[in-house]
Design a protein around this ligand. Structure first.
Ligand SMILES: C[S@@+](CC[C@H](N)C(=O)[O-])C[C@H]1O[C@@H](n2cnc3c(N)ncnc32)[C@H](O)[C@@H]1O
Length: 258
C-alpha cells in the first residue's frame, strides 16, 4: 500500500544527514514509521469489537473515527461490519494519506483530513483510540459536547485513554521492529519545562550492515487522563449508561451513550 519502509527510512536518514535535521514531524514526515511500529502493537480486532458492541443493533450503522491515524481500524471495521458507513477524520496529512491509501478499495470507508473538533453530521458511534493523549484536560469537556451533538439519540461514544500511571519517568521504549536493512525502535522521554510537561518522542534507526545509528523525532504535548475525570466530564455533558472496559488503571476503554 505505502512506500516500502526501507525506502522511507533511506529518505529519513538522507534528511537527517543532508538536511542536518533531527526534528521531523511524527504524524507527517514519520507517519510510515509510526504505521510500521505501532500498527503491529495494537489489537484492532479488539477495538472493532468494542464498536460492534456499542452499535446496539441500530439499523443505521454510521461510524466516525476521530484521529484515524493510518486507517488500520477503518479497514478492520469495514471487514467486520460490511453494511456500515465508516468515516475517518485525521488532522495530519501524512497519516490521512496513509489512511486513504489503505482504504481506497473499500466502498464503505471515507477519509477526510480535518479536525475532529469540527465534525458535523449524525452518527451511531463516535470512536477515539489513542487520541485522548492529544486532548488536554481543559479541552476535554468541549470535545465531549461536540461528540454528543454529532450522535443519534442512543448513539455511543467509544474512547480509550492513557492513565496518569503511564507517565514516562526516564526513557520508555515501547515499540521496536526490523526489516532486512534496519532495526527501528521508538523512545519516549518526559521533559519538564516550568509547569509544562513535554514528551520527546523519537525513533532510532540502525543500519544493520554499516552498524550506524540515526535518531529523529519531535517534542509533543501528551496528556494523561484519570478515568474518573473522564466519566465526570461525560456525565456533565449528558452522556448516560457509562461503562469501563479493559484495564481501567492503564489504558481502559469507556463506552457512553447519548
Ligand atoms: C496515537 S495516534 C492514534 C491513531 C489511530 N487511532 C491508531 O490507533 O493507530 C493519534 C492520532 O490522532 C490524530 N489527532 C490528534 N488530534 C486530532 C484532532 N484534533 N483531529 C483529528 N485527528 C487528531 C493525530 O494526528 C494522530 O494521527
Amino acid at each position: 500500500m505505502s512506500m516500502d519502509i526501507n525506502k522511507k527510512v533511506d529518505m529519513i536518514i538522507n534528511e537527517i544527514e543532508n538536511g542536518n535535521r533531527k526534528e521531523l514531524t511524527m504524524y507527517d514526515e514519520l507517519a510510515e514509521v509510526y504505521d510500521f511500529l505501532y500498527g503491529r502493537e495494537y489489537d484492532y480486532e479488539k477495538q472493532s469489537s468494542y464498536i460492534q458492541d456499542a452499535l446496539n443493533n441500530t439499523n443505521d450503522k454510521k461510524i466516525i473515527e476521530g484521529g484515524c491515524g493510518t486507517g488500520r481500524l477503518l479497514k478492520q471495521l469495514s471487514l467486520d461490519i460490511p453494511d456500515a458507513k465508516i468515516k475517518g477524520v485525521e488532522l495530519h496529512k501524512g497519516m490521512s494519506e496513509l489512511s486513504k491509501s489503505r482504504t481506497s478499495d473499500l466502498d464503505n470507508v471515507d477519509v477526510k483530513q480535518g479536525d475532529m473538533f469540527d465534525v458535523s453530521g449524525e452518527y451511531s458511534v463516535f470512536s477515539l483510540f489513542g487520541v485522548m493523549a492529544h486532548v488536554s484536560e481543559s479541552m476535554r469537556e468541549d470535545l465531549f459536547s461536540r461528540v454528543y451533538d454529532t450522535l443519534y439519540p442512543n448513539g455511543a461514544f467509544v474512547l480509550n485513554y492513557k492513565h496518569p500511571e503511564f507517565e514516562v519517568n526516564g526513557r520508555y521504549s515501547p515499540w521496536s521492529g526490523e526489516t532486512d536493512k534496519y532495526e527501528i525502535k521508538s523512545h519516549f522521554i518526559t521533559l519538564y519545562d516550568n509547569d509544562d510537561t513535554y514528551y520527546a518522542v523519537s525513533y532510532e534507526f540502525k543500519d544493520k550492515e554499516k552498524g550506524k545509528e540515526y535518531c529523529a523525532g519531535e517534542l509533543m504535548d501528551i496528556y494523561f487522563h484519570n478515568p474518573d475525570d473522564i466519566i465526570a466530564d461525560l456525565e456533565k455533558t449528558g452522556f448516560k449508561s457509562i461503562s469501563t472496559h479493559g484495564d481501567k488503571n492503564k489504558n481502559g476503554v469507556i463506552i457512553a451513550y447519548k
